[in-house]
Write a protein that binds this ligand. Structure first.
Ligand code: IMP
Length: 177
C-alpha cells in the first residue's frame, strides 16, 4: 500500500518496516551495550509506542523489566494551559535505571513533563528511547540518547502513530500529503 486514506486526509508511505527495524535494532544494540548490569525498567508510553516497544524489547537481551504508562491530558492552570498527568505508574522507581520508550518527540513538551514527574520519584537515572524525533520542532533541551530516526517537520501515521485515533495499525510509516 503506497497511499492510505484516513478520514479527510491522504498519507503516502515514507519509511518501510524493514528500514524501521534496522534502526530499532541499532537502538537495541546500544541499550544492551550501555545498560548492562543496570537491570533497567523500560517505561513504555501508551498508546503510540506499543509497536516500537514490542520490536525494541524483542531485541533487548539484558535483564530488564517492562511497564506501561499513559499520559492523560487535562485542562489545568499552567503556562501552557494543558497539563499531562502520568497514570498507571505502579512501580517503585527509586534507585532504578529507567528508560522512557516513546513514539515521537515533537516539541518535546510531553517528554519534559514526563522527566519532571518521574524525577520526583528518585530514580538513579532516566534515559530516553524514542522511535522518532522532529529536530526542527523541538522547543526544549532534551538529552535524547536513543533515537531510532529523525524526520522533517511533517505529520506522520503508522507503526503506532495515529491521526485522530486511526492509523496505528500500519506496519510502515506514512506521511501526510
Ligand atoms: P510533543 O509534546 O510536542 O513532543 O508531542 C508528543 C506527542 O505528540 C507524541 O507522543 C504523539 O502522540 C504526538 N505527535 C507528534 N507528532 C506526531 C505525528 O507526526 N503523528 C502522530 N502523532 C504525533
Amino acid at each position: 500500500m503506497d497511499t492510505i486514506r484516513i478520514k479527510d486526509k491522504t498519507f503516502a508511505v515514507s519509511i518501510k518496516e524493514e528500514d524501521i527495524l534496522k534502526e530499532v535494532e541499532r537502538v537495541a544494540d546500544a541499550i544492551n551495550r550501555d545498560l548492562t548490569g543496570k537491570n533497567p525498567l523500560f517505561l513504555c508510553v501508551l498508546n503510540g509506542s506499543f509497536m516500537f516497544a514490542s520490536d525494541l524489547m524483542k531485541r533487548i537481551s539484558i535483564p530488564c523489566e517492562i511497564s506501561f504508562v499513559k499520559l492523560a491530558s487535562y485542562q489545568g492552570v499552567s503556562s501552557t494551559g494543558v497539563i499531562k498527568e502520568v497514570i498507571g505508574l505502579n512501580e517503585d522507581i527509586s534507585g532504578r535505571t529507567v528508560v522512557i520508550v516513546e513514539d515521537i518527540v515533537d516539541t518535546g513538551l510531553t517528554m519534559q513533563r514526563l522527566l519532571e514527574t518521574l524525577g520526583t520519584r528518585n530514580p538513579a537515572e532516566i534515559h530516553i528511547a524514542t522511535l522518532l524525533v522532529k529536530p526542527d520542532k523541538l522547543q526544549v533541551e532534551l538529552d535524547i540518547e536513543y533515537a531510532a530516526m529523525q524526520i522533517p517537520n511533517d505529520f506522520i501515521v503508522g507503526y503506532g502513530l495515529d491521526y485522530d485515533g486511526f492509523g496505528r495499525n500500519y506496519k510502515d510509516i506514512y506521511t501526510l500529503v
